[in-house]
Ligand binder design. Structure first.
Ligand code: AGP
Length: 610
């Protein structure tokens, strides 16, 4: 969470920093700020509450310039949304700091630094970094050494960039638990928390590793590991195709990303799915040997990615004959769990940097899992680097905070993993052929499903005044109902809950009245008749039903039930197909309600703090 951009150049870096912040705004948008050193050794700062636009307007009204600068867009953790709490933070108008992550021992550091005479002007944990570096600098007189000494005192997570007004020809960066990437230019260098921020100025990147501290000048980069020893970090050319700066004519990134799903799923399948199956090496070098011994899968993830894991459990147990547990990463990481023999730990993440998922993976690696696999959308991310195997979803940059195409490409990856594991666990030929056929048909089926847009728009009108809603599904559609509820609540702020519909009579049925819309996902599968009974239980109590159903499921619209017919599809891909109408429904409800669809309140895209 939070976005960092930095630059050291011979030109005015303000436009670079502002464009970088715009590209990172999805990571947090409570406040934004910039600190600049000009050629004469002046340190200036502008900060504003709200989005990057507020900062850009302020800089237009009162321009400041600099050849070295750091900038930040904040998702508040410690301290409210105020200008005083916005980054960059200063120590005595000399040291300037931006920071992602949380310094967990900031209270004791603050007490100690206050005793030493440092005055605090914010409620943030970040300000302790500025003062601690300043304190160390007074003792060693070298900014690099000062930062190396300071970080030894920090517990928690940081990606931080530090400027010293008295040492204007270098910036120092440090990373532990929060990503930082250095962008290489010609006679200028850059820093960001996500490479995407720097695409307008470079495609050459050096990814820092845990514990690294680096000194960056206009013409050099020196990296030191956590022991303080000089290390080489590889420079990689980024070939990420999607330049997220562009909404391609859509009103919101979320709508663009919903409509991209047929294409990005085609990309995710391309070269990986053959007529007769898949090659296990799509999960990485040596995957087939590692997967051959797997008898159990433990999935860990958060949010939408957790819902894709929940769906995958149905597939892995039904088709691949391997047992599977799925757990929320923030729970997994803080309990003692049983490790089944020959277990594969699978993490799922769009960003590859989610703090809880990463911590859960690190814990799992100490617990004796046979191998680790990540299903991830960001090459070079921490989860990819730290896992034995990786399946890269080719969703392209996902900017809307509400995850859409990342989810459906994750599910696509899971169907391929089901085949890879099933091969070693007596998966039936029928099931194998069924999944291949289903995956081949998937992109076209999604294109067809997107044609439902007009009907869903009309439906959305009926939701705008509602305060609560229930989503129902059974079997592998239960996690899809959960995902539908998450989408609706996060962008429209309508309270939404999901239930496996067989659970209704065990409590939630008490909520049903004519002000409670109930959304049902109803493909034509073996659970249809059971689901229909649950629908009747709701109808009998006056509930208003919105049913997304296969035409052959024979639901009929009437005064208490609105039916949207979803194109018939193979059962293995039904969870993916039925996701799209729920995404569209949430999107159009949010548009009608006038919420900030791409950047809903209180959220951020990449959750790199606990
Ligand atoms: C859902 O729309 C959210 N963006 C959120 O639940 C997200 O899926 C979660 O924070 C996990 O993120 P990750 O996939 O990047 O790990």
């Amino acid at each position: 969470m939070c976005g960092i951009v930095g630059a050291i150049a011979e030109r005015n870096v303000v436009p670079i920093l502002l464009e970088g912040l715009r590209r990172l705004e999805y990571r947090g948008y409570d406040s934004a700020g910039v600190a600049l050193l000009d050629g004469q050794g002046n340190l200036q700062r502008t900060r504003r509450i709200g989005k990057v636009k507020e900062l850009a307007d302020a800089l237009q009204d009162n321009p400041i310039k600099g050849v070295t600068g750091i900038a930040h867009t904040r998702w508040a953790t410690h301290g409210g949304v105020t200008e005083a709490n916005a980054h960059p933070h200063f120590s005595s108008e000399r040291i300037a700091v931006v920071h992602n992550g949380i310094i967990e021992n900031y209270e004791s550091l603050r007490t100690d630094l206050t005793t030493k005479g440092y005055g605090f002007t914010s409620d943030t944990d970040t300000e302790t970094i500025a003062h601690q570096v300043h304190f160390e600098l007074d003792n060693c007189d070298d900014l690099l050494t000062a930062v190396q000494n300071a970080v030894k005192k920090f517990h928690g997570a940081y990606g931080t960039v530090i400027l010293d007004k008295n040492d204007p020809d270098r910036v120092i960066v440090a990373r532990s638990g929060s990503p930082l990437v250095i962008g290489l230019g010609l006679g200028e260098n850059f820093i960001a928390s996500d490479q995407m921020a720097l695409f307008p100025v470079t495609r050459r990147f050096m990814f820092l590793e845990e514990g690294d501290v680096a000194e960056i000048t206009r013409t050099s980069i020196k990296v030191f590991d956590s022991a303080g020893l000089p290390v080489e970090r590889e420079v990689k050319e980024s070939n990420l195709e999607h330049d997220a700066g562009d909404k391609a004519g859509y009103r919101h990134y979320m709508l663009k990303e919903i409509h991209e799903q047929p294409t990005v799923i085609r990309n995710t399948l391309s070269g990986r799915l053959q007529d007769n199956g898949i090659s296990a090496n799509i999960f990485g070098h040596g995957a087939d040997e590692l997967l051959a011994k797997i008898k159990h899968v433990q999935i860990i993830a958060c949010g939408t990615s957790y819902h894709s894991g929940m769906t995958a459990r149905y597939w892995l147990e039904q088709y691949a004959n391997v047992s599977c547990n799925v757990e929320i990463a923030s729970e997994f990481r803080y309990r003692k769990s049983y490790v089944h023999p020959n277990s594969l730990i699978v993490t799922i993440s769009q960003s590859g940097e989610t703090a809880d998922t990463l911590a859960a993976l690190r814990l799992a690696k100490e617990q004796g899992y046979a191998a680790s696999l990540t299903i991830c959308n960001v090459p070079g991310s921490s989860l990819v680097r730290e896992s034995d195997l990786a399946f890269m979803t080719l969703a392209g940059a996902e900017i809307g905070v509400a995850s859409t195409k990342a989810f459906t490409t994750q599910l696509t990856g899971f169907l391929m993993l089901t085949m890879a594991l099933g091969k070693h666990n007596n998966m039936s030929q029928d099931d194998h052929q069924h999944i291949i056929k289903a995956l081949h048909s998937l992109p076209a089926k999604l294109e067809e499903t997107l044609q439902l847009t007009d009907g869903i728009k009309a439906l959305a009108e009926e939701f705008a005044d509602m305060h609560h809603s229930l989503f129902l599904g059974r079997g592998d559609q239960y996690p899809i109902a959960m995902e539908g509820a998450l989408k609706l609540k996060e962008i429209s702020y309508i309270h939404a809950e999901a239930y496996a519909s067989g659970e209704l009579k065990h409590g939630p049925l008490a909520l049903i009245d004519d002000e409670m819309p109930v959304i049902v996902v109803a493909p034509n599968n073996e659970l249809l008749e059971k689901l229909k009974s649950n629908v009747e239980e709701v109808r009998a109590r006056g509930g208003i039903m919105y049913v997304f159903a296969d035409k052959e499921a024979n639901f009929k619209s009437d005064e208490t039930m609105r039916v949207i017919n979803v194109p018939h599809c193979e059962s293995a891909i039904a969870p993916i197909v039925y996701t799209l109408p729920l995404q569209l429904l949430s999107y159009y409800v949010a548009v009608i309600k006038g919420t900030d669809v791409d950047q809903p309140r209180n959220l951020a895209k990449s959750v790199t703090v606990e």
